[in-house]
Design a protein around this ligand. Structure first.
Ligand SMILES: NC(=O)c1ccc[n+]([C@@H]2O[C@H](COP(=O)([O-])OP(=O)(O)OC[C@H]3O[C@@H](n4cnc5c(N)ncnc54)[C@H](O)[C@@H]3O)[C@@H](O)[C@H]2O)c1
Length: 340
């Protein structure tokens, strides 16, 4: 074993050889008054902190030098012989899992995460559109894989998490996004089967994703989860009681997970899109025509337009990255002023 990006700053400073290498590449680091707070960080985590301002080239040169030092020199760092080596997390090699990646906000976010340097595990129920998203990512030079899965089935969720771990060995960001819109109706006419269909995907699917991905992030000691709620999670949408209930539940799950994992290095936030131009909203006129029912009120599009899915994806990338390092449990409306 040699020292690498997973080595703790405290361990590197405790060893004379590695301390000298730290000083060579980051002069003054061992006497910096802030270093006490960073001793529990790995070198990769420190490098990813914008406040640390470590150039990627400097980090790469330091890692190259550390690669030549046997970590057995420092007994606190040495891994037991039986422990399988952890894949090294280097900057620019982060891994994101995105559900609902075949369309709309999930596809746009997969592409933007890929552009930002993430390897993306794209998950969708629909294998045709999911594979299309993977092809689009590869066309722009990105790397990833597609896993066909129904997010409301636990065995499928376990399968997409396993695929990510088998291929990349870690999950740094999880966009827990797949969701479905209900048929508009007054609550008294809402079928139990329709109520169950909405809660099954929007709540059970989000819960199962959290359950299995948080286990991985807890073990890693790091990670960022972004759940897709909705402005319907912040207030009621007329004739959409099941959808409104489901998105309020997503916010409840977000806040619960955020407080449970805040001391485990894992952040959990939610985005609340307003109207976004996707297959989901494009289906609305046909849904109303089919049912013959028109809601008495519609959301107020204050900007006079729907959002482009890419406008949501920008927020997803920000929350997935260390640029949002002090945010957890936040519920962020990206809604063109709809909820004002
Ligand atoms: N479009 C909007 O105006 C809007 C507004 C607020 C919130 N949202 C939320 O944003 C998320 C994404 O919506 P979108 O507008 O991009 O919709 P979309 O219909 O364009 O994409 C949703 C994707 O999720 C997939 N999916 C649906 N059920 C699934 C399941 N059980 N398992 C796996 N994949 C499944 C679909 O195949 C589709 O590819 C949803 O949670 C939605 O509720 C959308």
């Amino acid at each position: 074993m040699t020292y690498n990006g997973d080595s703790k700053i405290g361990d590197l400073l405790a060893n004379e050889t590695t301390k000298a290498l730290l000083e060579k590449h980051l002069p003054g680091i061992s006497t910096n008054p802030m270093i006490e707070m960073a001793k529990g960080f790995t070198l990769t985590q420190l490098g990813a902190l914008p406040q640390a301002g470590i150039p990627v080239d400097t980090l790469d040169a330091l890692l190259a030098d550390l690669g030549g030092v046997a970590s057995e020199e420092n007994p606190t760092h040495a891994a037991p012989a039986s422990e399988s080596p952890k894949p090294t997390a280097s900057i620019g090699a982060q891994v994101a899992v995105v559900t609902g990646a075949g369309s709309g906000i999930g596809r746009a976010s997969s592409l933007k995460l890929s552009e930002a340097g993430f390897k993306v595990v794209a998950v969708d129920f629909n294998s045709v559109t999911g594979e299309e998203t993977l092809s689009l990512m590869r066309e722009q030079g990105g790397e990833g894989l597609f896993v066909q899965a129904d997010v409301s089935k636990e065995e499928d969720v376990e399968r997409y998490v396993k695929a990510a771990m088998d291929t990349y060995g870690r999950i740094d960001a999880f966009f827990n996004n797949a969701g479905v819109l209900q048929k508009f109706t007054l609550l008294e006419n809402l079928d139990v089967t329709e109520f169950d269909r909405i809660l099954n995907v929007n709540v059970r699917g989000v819960f199962l994703g959290l359950k299995h991905v948080l286990k991985v992030m807890h073990a890693q000691g790091s990670g960022s989860v972004i759940n897709t709620a909705s402005t319907a999670g912040l207030r009621a949408e007329h004739s959409m009681s099941a959808y409104t209930a489901s998105k309020h539940a997503v916010i409840g799950l977000t806040k619960s997970a955020a407080i449970e994992y805040v001391k485990k290095g894992v952040r959990v936030n939610a985005i609340c899109p307003g109207g976004v131009d996707t297959a989901l909203t494009q289906a609305v006129p046909a849904m109303m025509q089919e049912s013959g029912y028109v809601p008495e009120e519609f959301p107020n599009m204050r900007m006079g337009r729907f959002a482009d899915p890419a406008e949501l994806a920008e927020m997803v990338v920000f929350l997935a990255s260390s640029k949002s390092s002090y945010m957890t449990g936040s519920v962020i409306a990206v809604d063109g002023g709809l909820t004002l």
